[in-house]
Design a protein. Structure first.
Length: 332
């Protein structure tokens, strides 16, 4: 079966700033595909180009075989978009809101009524459907938002951070709806988030996106396997080549290297981080066996009287994959 989505070197520029720097990827029919990245990575910009909200600067994409430049009308029938920002009429009920969205897609009469009832059921809001949306909790509003993206029965659903500001109960409900839509209706889903736990739970393949670029794309299993026997990250004062070579030679260690420094500093710590006397280097120790490496590392540090300012043993998960690739945490 041909992929439901083929993205080909998509670029979005604002003046000299490149919000999306020529990304390419494909999503297979029936996949739940994750787009994982920190704030400002370019997730929403990418989705907006694929759904016709904004024009790409260059590059293109095909959805269900239709080109986004020439066949947007067809693309819009296939796509369902659940935007990051809520777009609901607060004084109207969930049902009236959904009727409104359905009519935009040309639905009416009995068909519209049935579709609306169905999507209310999918997001588990049937019982509260006739109450004004302004009386809903944040999580319930979010679920109406999701339902709105479903009324026209899309084959490919874009969910842009659907759990931000949502209570745990609604969050679980959203996960269930996503899995159910995928399993029972063969819906392909693009799920963006900066919560790696969500992506780990829901997705088979993930593109990790940072500063407008895809820096890794694979199954979660393969991405995690990239870390091998685990990673230990330590802060040391003034590390030189000799120290790195000695650390690399330790039992259980595969490679010690200086970790990339974060390119963006947390705003509140700007002053402190820029002070010249703070000379802690972050050393990334990739291990063959992290337990063995830890034992030899501690005796090495003792023997050489080295001061450590921090130590972190990275669990093999998507968060540590991201840290490994960028030197940054997903959530600062
Ligand atoms: N209209 C615009 N003009 C200029 N820059 C923009 C515009 N819209 C977005 N950007 C920039 O593009 C970059 C990517 O933004 P985008 O909204 O895609 O990030 P994101 O990954 O969705 O982040 P978040 O998790 O915060 O939603 C950001 O640096 C943002 O400031
Ligand atoms: Mg966004």
């Amino acid at each position: 079966m041909p992929p439901i989505l083929e993205v080909d070197h998509l670029v979005k520029k604002y003046g000299d700033f490149e919000a999306v720097k020529g990304i390419s990827f494909t999503v297979d029919e029936g996949e739940i595909f994750g787009l994982l990245g920190p704030n400002g990575a370019g997730k929403t910009q990418t989705i907006s180009m694929l759904t016709g909200v904004i024009e790409p600067t260059s590059g293109t994409a095909k959805i269900g075989g239709y080109d986004i430049h020439t066949d947007m009308d067809e693309v819009k029938k296939i796509n369902g978009l659940v935007p990051q920002d809520l777009a609901l009429y607060p004084t109207l009920s969930a049902r009236s809101n959904l009727n409104f969205f359905g009519r935009i897609y040309g639905l009416g009469g009995k068909e519209l009524k049935e579709r609306v009832a169905d999507v209310l059921n999918v997001v588990a809001l049937t019982e509260r459907a006739d109450q004004a949306v302004e009386k809903y909790s944040g999580g319930m509003k979010r679920r109406v938002n999701i339902a709105a993206g479903l009324v026209h029965q899309p084959r490919l659903l874009f969910l842009d951070e659907p759990t931000v500001g949502v209570d745990p109960q609604s969050r679980n409900q959203i996960f269930e709806s996503v899995q159910q839509l995928n399993r029972e209706r063969d819906m392909s889903i693009i799920y963006t988030s900066h919560y790696m736990e969500e992506v780990e739970l829901l997705c088979n393949r993930v593109a990790i996106i940072d500063e407008g670029e895809i820096i890794a794309l694979d199954t979660i299993k393969n991405l995690i396997a990239m870390l091998g026997g685990g990673v230990i990250q330590i802060g040391l004062t003034q590390v030189d080549e000799t120290t790195l070579a000695e650390l690399t030679a330790l039992q259980g260690v595969q490679q010690a290297s200086l970790a990339p420094q974060p390119t963006t500093l947390p705003a509140e710590d700007d002053q402190e981080a820029l002070e010249p006397e703070r000379k802690h280097d972050m050393v990334k120790i990739e291990c063959e066996d992290s337990q063995q490496a830890l034992v030899s590392l501690i005796s090495y540090l003792n023997e050489n009287d080295l001061n450590i300012s921090s130590m972190e043993i990275l669990e093999p998960n998507l968060e540590s994959v991201f840290l490994h690739l960028t030197g940054k945490k997903l959530r600062e």
